[in-house]
Design a protein around this ligand. Sequence first.
Ligand code: ADP
Ligand code: MG
Length: 703
Amino acid sequence: MSSTFLNTPIEYLKNVGPQKAEVLKKELHIFRYSDLLTFYPFRYVDRTKFYKIKDINEDLPYVQLRGRIVNTKTIGTKRSQRFVATFADETGKLELVWFQGAKWIAEKIKPHFSHEFIVFGKPTIFGGHFNISHPEIEPVSEENTTLASALQAVYNSTEKLKTKGLDTRGIARLQKTVCSLIRNNIPETLSKTILERFHLLSREEALKQIHFPQNQEMLKKAEFRLKFEELFFIQLKLLKQKNTREKTNKGFVFSIVGDYFNNFYSSYLPFELTNAQKRVIKEIRLDMGSGKQMNRLLQGDVGSGKTMVALMSILIALDNGFQACLMAPTEILAHQHFETIADLLKPLHITIGLLTGSTKAKERRQIHEQLQNGEMQILIGTHALLEDVVQFKNIGLVVIDEQHRFGVAQRAKMWDKNTQSPHMLIMSATPIPRTLAMTLYGDLDVSIIDELPPGRKAIQTVHRFDSHRDRVFGFMREQIAAGRQIYVVYPLIKESEKMDYKDLMDGYESISRAFPLPQYNVSIVHGQMKSDAKEYEMQRFVRGETNIMVATTVIEVGVNVSNASVMVIESAERFGLSQLHQLRGRVGRGAEQSYCILMTSYKLGSEGRLRMETMCRTNDGFEIADVDLKLRGPGDMSGTMQSGVLDLNIADLAKDSQILHSARNIAIEILTEDPNLEKIENANIAYQFALSNTDKTNWSRIS
Ligand code: ADP
Ligand code: MG
């Protein structure tokens, strides 16, 4: 299964000298034939299609024309010469312009004057007329009319590549050369079973077709095959990591469900659990009793009741003589968790601590001590928990809320808080599209809470323009009169931005004027406030002492005030979809009908409009996440770029979810039957797998 051909250094290719090789390596990381062959076109032009000059418009990326040269001239001084040819078909004329190589092109054209030419290039307007600079031009011949029946690949290039003649055409020429050398020398990477089951082209055929497609259909097939392969090996890797981790990472065995859990469940649970909550708690309990370390992602839309699941899981840890901690991304959220949980557990006499960046030194020392001697059973806090000084006597479970705010490295840090890694429960309300979750967290077990607690009314969302603010204020007054509370949120993308800050303060002022004391109370919370001042204002709102909370996105995650029924989002077009959805999730937590009002100016781009429409149309976090993925692409979605698994070469997570599902399922099937890829029929896969995993990063321990 030698692949000497693919491994051939790029400088051995005909017409690639040391200079070209150098820039190919630097600019495109093309070192070997295989790198060149997997440098795929980013689009194709249809060379079967000819335009008439009269139909040309500036939006066309490329046009192909057929006509005659009716005139040529050389313009300019010797130092900056231009060669201009007037080109005509039966519908009109345009100019072809060359800024370099005037002489050469003149000579190329001259002998064929009065001949018919094929011209190919990008039309631009210059001085009111269309022209094409540096077009491809060739006299019509039998050869190029047959060649013109193919789809032509277009490659990305860079300035540096272009100076070495490697524009898209130059790269295509190299591809032509390398493809002409292909002759049963590209090893297959997939098994016969997979090829047959999914009707895939061989790797060799796919690589040839992706650069020089015979027709649309073959192009589709080639793309499908290469995308499938790419996604398959990513999934295989994730799944293998998971298998390895499960084999090697033993977990504390939580064998019993004891008094803490049972007492709480039978006497102090404030509501009946939803079926989804029950199911998920059961999944977690099984995990923690299995002897393997749990690594579970708990996904549930905002308000689905993840906190209770976390709490019940923590009680199981305590029942088995272990400590547990809950880490949240913001201080406000940590506070809120602390208060909710301390309150719920009051009758059980459990020692709970809160540790954040603003915990005073003395208190901090006491917490450290109590953690080490085992007195403190539950610790709730922020990133402060990650610090090395935070050591437990015997931690058995780590819960991380709103995981997308934490990176892989931070999660990994929690693994080392005990001699054997504690169980990990990772919670997320950001509904990541399933395709993305499968790729980013493909090696985690996933539980989904797909049911909201009963009695919730769907939030009504509307989009209003700034000019209708008076009407919105009127609506707010009605709601306040009915006893409700209101959030008004301003975008403060960076807490330090002066402009944003001014918007917020102006907004606060105008709201204070429209809702004056003593009839109304308005509070404000933003990131530049001291944390106890923030906390004070939050608490006033929680206790119902203020009617309106003017805030920045500091309230985005987790905050829970069930009497708040209106969320007004200012400059809503400046928020991403998932952020809008998170913000909206702050209301609709009680039994009252809740509302979300998206305020924007009339000026709204098409993407902004789509975001508003999506929000008004649906409350389904997963649907919103899918639209978000399509709008933004996966690169921007997950915040912390996790492990480079998203550097896809050809597949597109926004479009290829079907392929991803098939690839993942077959990978699962194969690993179930042949966990170490030892069977003969999987030899290709095993070989390629070993090859593609020679890089050093070992993500299998952390996930
Ligand atoms: P999230 O999943 O967004 O973290 P929370 O855990 O904050 O949601 O729960 C949202 C609200 O729903 C809280 O007020 C919580 O007490 C309440 N809640 C959770 N589970 C239930 C349930 N089974 N029945 C009724 N209310 C519930
Ligand atoms: Mg929450």
